[in-house]
Design a binder for this molecule. Structure first.
Ligand SMILES: *Cc1c(COP(=O)(O)O)cnc(C)c1O
Length: 374
């Protein structure tokens, strides 16, 4: 066994070797450890600039970013919000927190993202918004989604939790809709430990979200509350890490691009291996390099076991929301077929920038072994 084989290769791990420690030490030394302090403003400015957005707001995590997006856009009980069946539960939970009713729609088998052709049937007179999710970093069909939203007068909220740095039609994901959100959880493309952010097009919506983030307190009249708000603030400590991550985001994205291309070059000719497809207007930032297995004598779960035995981590796709009893009331029955197929056959490969070329070589050799020599 060589050196690579003896050591566990995780699917994701944070890369914190820039100014993270320096900035966080500075926050501690100066006493600015709560949600006031310069790093919050600087982190928001960096997000705004990188995404070419008009307004950016940092919050405590990606789930509250989604909730804040919904409530600051005025979505509430009685409204319906359309979302894809294949996503992390936070997307649908945030809709439920707002009081609105989620309506689950099937996804596309190539991109894994919400299928615009399936949306029309899900629109009712109560529909207020569509929440596309850019799964694993892969851009949704934004042109189609924007045209549906325009035609039916609907709001668009991009759940870009997994997609910072991805591009569609020359613009960064999260900046193409009314509000876009990010997550900076420890395994995401950039991290603040726990954290999230929102991008806005409309100044009033941004200002409303900013007030709601801070208990609904009137910004010019202390302890006077205009709304029932929330405490969704990010700390200066988290923002210190976030700012350092933003300084390195281009390097992080470049390396992730290299990793994705490496896997694709090595493995896409294997019979029954289908990588997630990026549409022509898009560029995937590859939070997780993902593929499905379509071969009668091979399976995703068996492959994951095989990789684990070889010290290589991987992960299954999300369960379709429609399969979980808690969300079953929100499905248009019998129409959620592609999400089930993807969920059963999908696997994501190690995709973090700590992977050296020798790790990529090793992982690919193990995948080839599984598919060809079993
Ligand atoms: C990670 C994630 C979230 C939630 O982010 P947290 O920061 O963990 O709250 C929401 N949606 C999607 C698609 C995610 O992957």
């Amino acid at each position: 066994m060589n050196q690579v084989e003896n050591k566990w290769i995780p699917i994701m791990e944070p890369s914190l070797d820039g100014n993270e420690l320096k900035y966080i030490s500075n926050a501690v030394k100066t006493g600015w450890i709560s949600s006031q302090g310069k790093y919050v403003d600087e982190f928001e400015a960096a997000l705004k600039e990188f995404n070419n957005a008009l307004y950016a707001l940092a919050v405590s995590n990606g789930t509250v970013a989604l909730h804040l997006a919904l409530v600051s856009l005025g979505i509430r009980k009685g409204d319906e919000v359309i979302l894809p069946d294949l996503t992390f539960a936070a997307s649908i939970n945030a809709i439920l927190y707002s009081g609105a009713t989620p309506v689950i729609v099937d996804v596309d088998s190539a991109t894994y993202n919400i299928n615009p052709k399936k949306i029309k049937k899900a629109i009712s007179k109560y529909t207020k918004a569509i929440m596309p999710v850019h799964l694993y970093g892969n851009p949704c069909a934004m042109k189609e989604l924007i045209s549906i939203a325009d035609k039916y007068g609907l709001l668009l909220i991009e759940d870009s939790a997994e997609a910072i740095g991805s591009i569609y039609g020359g613009e960064k994901l999260g900046s193409l809709s009314d509000v876009g959100t990010f997550s900076f959880y420890g395994n995401k493309t950039i991290t603040t430990g726990e954290g999230g952010a929102l991008l806005f097009k409309d100044k009033e919506v941004y200002q409303k979200a900013k007030v709601l983030r801070d208990h609904g307190m009137n910004p010019s009249k202390r302890y006077w509350h205009d709304f029932v708000g929330y405490n969704y603030r990010i700390t200066n400590l988290q923002a210190a890490v976030g700012l350092a991550q933003m300084e390195r985001i281009d390097d992080i994205l470049n390396r992730k691009q290299f990793i994705a291309e490496y896997y694709q070059n090595e493995l896409s000719s294997i019979e029954g291996v289908n990588f997630q497809v990026t549409q022509s207007e898009g560029s995937n930032s590859y939070w997780l390099v993902s593929l499905t297995i379509d071969r009668s004598n091979r399976s995703a779960s068996e492959l994951m076991d095989f990789l684990r035995k070889n010290n290589v981590d991987s992960r299954p796709f999300f369960y379709p929301l429609s399969e979980m009893p808690v969300y079953q009331n929100y499905c248009i029955q019998n129409e959620l077929i592609v999400s089930k197929m993807l969920s059963k056959n999908g696997i994501s490969l190690p995709s973090h920038i700590g992977l050296k070329d020798k790790h990529l070589e090793f992982i690919c050799s193990k995948l080839k072994e599984y598919f060809n020599e079993k």
